[in-house]
Ligand binder design. Sequence first.
Ligand SMILES: Cc1ncc(COP(=O)(O)O)c(C=O)c1O
Length: 364
Amino acid sequence: MRIEDIETPALLIDLDILDQNIRTMKQKLSGTNCSLRPHVKAHKSAFVAHKQIKEGGAIGVTCQTLDEAEAMALGGIDNILLTNMVVTPSKINRVLNILQHSKIALTVDNADNIRMIAAEAEKRKQVVGLVVEVNVGQNRTGVAPGRPALDLAQEIVKERSLDFKGLMGYEGHLQCSIPDFNERKTKCEETLSPLIKTKDLILDSHIPVEIVTSGGTGTYNITSKIEGVTEIQPGSYVTMDHRYRLMETSGRDFPSSLSVLATVVSKPSSDRAIVDMGWKSVGIEYQIFNWNGMPQAKNHDGVMYSPGGDEHGILSLKGSSIDLKIGERIEFTPAHCDTTLNLYGKFYGVRKGNVEIVCPTVRR
Ligand SMILES: Cc1ncc(COP(=O)(O)O)c(C=O)c1O
């Protein structure tokens, strides 16, 4: 099958670029003391996860949802960190089911939740690994650094069905909000200092800390060099997106492998064309942050996209010499890879114009 045979709208991943990004990350981390545990939220497929492990030197994967974790375990991935809270017995039991097949640890930030996980694991005579999440400034999940994190670590070591693995402090608020590298670096080092101090506090209490995990695509080459961080969890670097491409140095280090292929379905006037890619086909939510949340037309400078509803996109051709015809196909780089990939359920893995694989992904 050739790209020309794919019906649109469709999600494409250029496998040469994907492979290149996987190799680049491996090479960038060589010589550091930091391991790589990539986040699968950007690709949601065991196929890419296996590549990241085999070719990219990853020690395992990070997942954000239980569905992703189950898909990774079913796909034969053996070492999973679930970076989200699991707070109901039914979901805790899904984690324990995964644990029958693959090593999995999950994050916690609350003592009652720790006791609930301990009780469920105890009933099944299992031991589950827990990582205490520390809030390093994103103000999402996570307990305050210092004493509150130590209290949770002590809560975990009391339970025989639990294994305290370490700490996570994800500096998500810094990933793609500060284009300048040096400014981001200074902020990131300041932000993660309380995490490292918390690790030392826990060690002083004679509790071993095996993992300190942090870092994303925007901070991978900062966080991985901070002493005390044992692993990083970048996700977007394999696919990339328009927003990340604007960040120094991530944007330079990792080209975009992900695109949405769309077709011109109407040409109402010389300066306006309509494509079959509306907001059900591409993530545009970055507008919330007043960032440019629009997909960018590849190889068509001057073509500006704006959403025209669920299934339509409006292309302004004003000021450009481009004359798009009905039936013509255009590739777009999404502003945000995660929310775009989430809309599909499969991607076409293409190499030099040929479709090499059609890869299922976990759909929300
Ligand atoms: C907890 C956590 N870790 C890692 C990542 C990966 O970040 P990125 O895709 O920006 O590299 C995310 C992204 O949202 C995240 O929420």
